[in-house]
Write a protein that binds this ligand. Structure first.
Ligand SMILES: NC(=O)c1ccc[n+]([C@@H]2O[C@H](COP(=O)([O-])OP(=O)(O)OC[C@H]3O[C@@H](n4cnc5c(N)ncnc54)[C@H](OP(=O)(O)O)[C@@H]3O)[C@@H](O)[C@H]2O)c1
Length: 251
């Protein structure tokens, strides 16, 4: 059955590849990001393969909170319904706390947490009005435990957004029509980690492979999933429970 899926941060990396793979599965797409020329190229690429798909594109900076509500409402009106919203826009800037890097940490906090909060509010407003919908939050394996140095703030934002969805899951428990998924990706090739060579990071997988695991978990409406499952599902146990002296040596 064709459903309409809104994806934020669809101009590159995981968001763009999710769009391609969801289109392959027969879904219609509502795509947004700041770089609309990228979205237009992606739309043309997908429509060349799937001319029957419907794809709408909007410019959106998730730090413009009024625009988040406007764009989500506009997409919902254009399609009549949003079956699924994937909150994916994010960045990975950061510096160790107390070393003069507040601007980078603030930017990451605003985009990844407050921006995601605005997107969650806007998505839930649509879902409550239409009495259902599937909310998907792209968190990160870094959500599972406090991490040091340049990723301390980024990890905190990924934990925060996961908790937003866990709160909603508790609130909507037993209500039919609603679904909540939190994805915890490991290292997946994208613009965010362009500087990291695959040879340097043996756990990095291609965008296609990593996103295939994400799309599979989303389509199954899993409550939460480490993606790809190997090595990240077993590693999640280590990350959560390893004693600190051991954990520090692993990261
Ligand atoms: N790749 C990984 O290994 C990995 C692992 C764990 C979690 N994640 C998460 O996956 C998500 C996607 O990241 P990625 O790896 O695909 O990185 P990416 O290639 O850099 O893509 C990031 C996307 O977010 C959008 N974005 C950033 N700031 C935005 C803003 N202010 N407003 C609107 N859109 C904004 C970008 O679009 P514009 O610049 O065009 O606006 C871009 O489409 C992020 O939330 C990231 O934390 C990635």
């Amino acid at each position: 059955m064709t459903t309409t899926i809104l994806i934020t941060g669809a101009s590159s990396g995981l968001g763009a590849e999710m769009a391609r793979q969801f289109a392959d599965l027969g879904h219609d797409l509502a795509l947004c990001a700041r770089r609309t020329e990228r979205l237009d190229e992606l739309t043309a690429e997908i429509l060349a393969v799937h001319p029957d798909r419907r794809i709408e594109v909007r410019a959106l900076d998730v730090n413009d909170h009024d625009a988040v509500f406007t764009v989500f409402r506009d997409f919902a009106a254009a399609f009549d319904r949003l079956d699924r919203v994937v909150i994916n826009a994010g960045l990975g800037k950061g510096a160790p706390l107390g070393t003069g890097g507040f601007e980078a940490n603030r930017e990451t906090s605003m985009t990844n947490f407050v921006g995601a909060l605005a997107q969650t509010e806007a998505a839930m407003e649509v879902f409550r009005a239409q009495q259902g919908g599937h909310l998907v939050m792209v968190s990160s394996m870094s959500a599972l435990r406090g991490l040091p140095k340049a990723v301390t703030t980024y990890a905190a934002t990924t934990a925060g957004v996961a908790h937003l969805v866990e709160g909603l899951r508790t609130e909507f428990y037993g209500k039919s029509g609603y679904g909540f998924t939190v994805l915890y990706p490991g290292y997946i090739a994208s613009e965010m980690n362009d500087g990291v060579e695959a040879a340097e990071n043996k756990m990095m997988v291609s965008t296609e492979k990593g996103v295939a695991a994400m799309v599979s978990a989303i389509e199954k409406k899993r409550g939460s999933a480490c993606v790809p499952p190997l090595p990240w599902a077993p590693l999640s146990v280590v990350m959560k429970h390893a004693p600190l002296p051991i954990f520090r040596r692993l990261i």
